[in-house]
Design a protein around this ligand. Structure first.
Ligand code: SF4
Ligand code: ZN
Length: 314
């Protein structure tokens, strides 16, 4: 791509942004990337001055790049950052990314708190998978969200920053439609902030395509461990990801259009459902808030329900 000039400054380009019909050189790409991040934070009013933000840090490229960008934002806007990492207990995978998380937090002088599935429930994810009929990603998602929320609340955080990128968000929208989960879909962008036990979530990378995060990390010299979770092959998400990438290749801008449609639809859907769909119940076992109607599950949250099944299955 070196023979194509940067659409902004005319230097040799290194990146083709097909969805925007632009080629950019390294310098213009870095500046475009960072500006989009800051603009997204403003657009959705994600962060207010002096807020305490808990950064969900897996040590993968998305959360590490988000940590760097939030740390950059902190130079302009007064805010507090803490990082929370969850060790699910996945042999041969998580230790690698946790080492990256620890190194980057040290570098940026951001305190890090590490929580483990084992300490919370008595089981690693590997052990859960052996005992349960549920799919690894379902178990992982429920226990991770639960721990992150609890830890962020204990840290008195105002928000949890999640490193979901445009690809993740577009995949999640399609997955919820395909699974007929309209309430999950609506809660996705602006979740349950009315209950004080839920720490609101923000997704500052939601307009950033996944590929560009890897390019940015490379250009900024941010060292990332590129490893894939051994359970990823089982996931429905992986199937959707492949299909969406093929469509994006043929029809650039598809992912942005899915997000754009969703943001528009979400406003209307939320108005229509107000009052009845966002009741929050509190689990009768652990007392944590639950977005599902707990009465339906005998007053028990999904985390405690799965945990009870895990203990029984053994
Ligand atoms: Fe958890 Fe599934 Fe992601 Fe692995 S691929 S970290 S099991 S959600
Ligand atoms: Zn519970």
């Amino acid at each position: 791509m070196k023979d194509i000039a940067c659409s902004v400054c005319g230097k040799p380009s290194i990146v083709n942004l097909a969805y925007a019909a632009r080629h950019l050189c390294a310098g213009c790409f870095v500046s475009y990337f960072e500006k989009r991040f800051m603009r997204t934070v403003r657009e959705f009013e994600m962060i207010k001055p002096h807020e305490r933000i808990a950064v969900a840090l897996s040590g993968g490229k998305d959360s590490v790049v988000m940590l760097h960008l939030l740390s950059k934002l902190k130079k302009k806007v007064p805010l507090e950052l803490i990082a929370i990492a969850v060790d699910e207990g996945i042999a041969g995978y998580r230790a690698l990314t946790l080492a990256v998380a620890k190194r980057e937090c040290r570098k940026l002088k951001i305190p890090l708190r590490v929580l483990t599935f084992k300490d919370d429930s008595g089981f690693t994810l590997d052990e859960m998978v052996k005992r349960s009929r549920a799919n690894a990603c379902s178990l992982c998602g429920v226990f991770r969200r639960y721990l992150l929320n609890k830890a962020a609340r204990m840290e008195k955080a105002d928000k949890i920053a999640i490193g979901h990128n445009l690809d993740d968000v577009a995949q999640t929208i399609l997955m919820n439609i395909m699974r007929n989960e309209p309430l999950r879909l609506i809660r996705f962008l602006d979740p349950l902030s009315e209950d004080e036990h839920f720490v609101p979530r923000i997704r500052p990378l939601l307009r950033t395509p996944e590929k560009e995060i890897a390019i940015y990390a490379e250009l900024r010299g941010i060292k990332i461990a590129y490893s894939e979770c051994p359970y990823a092959y089982q996931s429905f998400r992986r199937h959707i990801k492949r299909q969406l990438n093929e469509t994006e290749e043929k029809y650039p801008g598809t992912k942005q259009r899915i997000l754009g449609s969703f943001i528009e639809m979400e406003k209307h859907m939320r108005n229509g459902l107000e009052g009845s769909s966002f009741e929050v119940s509190h689990c009768s076992v652990c007392g944590e808030p639950t977005p599902t109607r707990a009465e339906k599950d005998g007053g028990i949250c999904m985390h405690c329900k799965m945990l009870a099944e895990l203990k029984q299955d053994g």
